[in-house]
Write a protein that binds this ligand. Structure first.
Ligand SMILES: [Zn+2]
Length: 483
């Protein structure tokens, strides 16, 4: 059998040598950029009447950088103005942080990421045509050579959209020079920030955003229509610039010019966006040919899995945390709750519970996160009580940092407010170290305010402490689908 196959292959290859014109040679699809054929190892292909083309090869022909990130299975394409992120099997692309529907999911064919030709034309500023008879995709750069402004996902009917919010403050945080604070009135939903590693810049676009007349620092409406912050001797930051996005004035763009690439997190709370610099850099993507990886078979069924849960009692030893009106030390409250939670979790057959501290000892914030990361924990919960200069502040709140932790925060908070019976200050997002540097779903709970006499007396009741611990466990179990 083997011998037969080999001789058949030999015959075929001899035929090709003798008759190179046979087969599909005359109709092999081609990609032309400004009349020149692009060398591509993958030909355009037609799926559901859409012509798909290898985007990284076209982008390369236009001097964009294309980067494949194996971990997130995304392809990033960027030049100085535009960044496009494509996720495999997803028909939505992120163009400068804004979702754009492509009509057909990006897919890997013969190791290349293929996207619809029309999308390439719209987003890379090309005129495109497809000659079906010749199987030729022709791409032409626009005359002025500049890429077009980003096409909005829902092209309007020409009427101007009213800004939904206005920026009135852009400055470095008074206490933390690594945090940029942007305050606004109205509603603003920032696009996902993106960084341009070759130029060490971070770009944040804010759609439907105006600049308030009384913006701080004042925003000079000169010819360049640019405002900027003076930065003095900063470890990472050279300059912060802000201006309406050229070609799309309804979007405000904030650009951080850096001395070197740094990690960052963007947090949006009502009225205030913060950009924190100096967080850990994401793993550098590899400049390799895209390679398909088979999806891991995850059927979402927990089966008999045992989950590792890390309970972190905040503060400890010399660090008492908040001190109550009636002298309750936060570190003691936190430990009392954490020990109760541990005891309850130890009764769960599908949970292994761990504590960062089980006595009045102290760990740094980094070591608390590292402890959970080294354990490869499934859930991290940091237990705290609140304090504020105004004694009237009161209530229960739950924090998460990364979006992968939001569901955990919500389900735990739901149980926690019932247990404390205090005012509901809701689930909030903040970049606290222990919930930011941990790599699993991680939350920080603030059961109440020790600086409020009412909250403090509630939190000191043994029955309430029992209820809080039971609520935290109920939340964890619901999140892990163990209840
Ligand atoms: Zn605390």
């Amino acid at each position: 059998m083997m011998k037969k196959l080999v001789s058949l292959l030999l015959t075929l290859s001899v035929m090709f040598i003798l008759f190179p014109g046979t087969g599909q040679a005359s109709t092999v699809p081609k990609i032309l950029l400004d009349g020149k054929e692009l060398a591509s190892d993958v030909e355009p292909t037609i799926v559901n009447n859409n012509t798909l083309v290898p985007i990284s090869i076209i982008a390369g022909g236009l001097n964009y950088q294309a980067v494949w990130n194996k971990d997130s299975r995304t392809v990033g394409i960027h030049n100085n103005d535009t960044q496009i992120v494509l996720a495999i099997n997803d028909s939505k692309a992120l163009v400068n942080g804004q979702e754009v529907e492509m009509g057909e999911p990006a897919r890997i064919i013969s190791g290349r990421t293929m996207v619809p030709l029309r999308f390439v034309g719209e987003q890379l500023g090309l005129e495109v045509s497809w000659d079906n008879a010749k199987k030729e995709a022709s791409l032409f750069s626009k005359q002025d050579g500049n890429p077009l402004p980003v096409t909005p996902p829902n092209p309007g009917d020409g009427t101007e959209t009213q800004p939904s919010g206005a920026l009135n403050y852009i400055a470095l945080h008074e206490l933390d020079p690594n945090t940029i604070v942007i305050r606004y009135s109205g509603d603003i939903v920032p696009n996902q920030a993106f960084s341009l590693t070759d130029t060490d810049r971070i770009v944040l676009d804010l759609p439907n955003t105006a600049f308030a007349d009384d913006i701080y620092p004042s925003f000079p409406l000169n010819d360049s229509k640019q405002g900027s912050l003076d930065i003095e001797s900063h470890e990472f930051l050279q300059k912060v610039r802000f201006a309406p996005l050229q070609g799309k004035e309804s979007t405000a763009r904030v650009v951080l010019d850096l001395y070197k690439p740094v990690g960052y997190t963007v947090t949006n709370n009502p009225g205030e966006i913060t950009i924190q610099l100096g967080t850990e850099l994401p793993k550098p993507p590899e400049e390799v040919k895209e390679e398909p990886v088979p999806d891991k078979g995850n059927n979402g069924n927990n089966g008999g899995k045992v989950f590792k849960v890390v309970i972190d009692a905040g503060h400890g030893d010399h660090d008492s945390g908040a001190v109550g009106v009636n002298k309750t030390k936060e570190k003691d409250f936190n430990l009392a709750i954490a020990l109760r939670v541990k005891k309850l979790l130890d009764q769960e057959p599908n949970i292994e519970a761990y504590m960062t501290r089980s006595d009045d000892s102290y760990l740094t914030l980094d070591n608390r996160a590292k402890y959970a990361n080294d354990l490869k924990a499934d859930v991290f919960m940091s237990i705290h009580a609140n304090s504020f200069t105004k004694p009237s502040a009161n209530g229960t709140e739950t924090y998460y940092s990364r979006s992968d932790s939001k569901a955990l925060a919500e389900v735990v908070h739901k149980h926690l407010i019932k247990a404390t019976g205090l005012a509901d200050r809701k689930v909030k997002q903040a970049g606290y170290v222990v919930i930011k540097k941990t790599t699993m779903p991680a939350i920080l709970v603030e059961s109440g305010f020790l600086s409020n006499a009412g909250d403090e007396s509630v939190l000191n009741q043994e029955a309430v402490r029992d209820r809080i611990a039971a609520a935290l466990v109920a939340g964890i179990k619901e999140f892990l689908k163990l209840s």
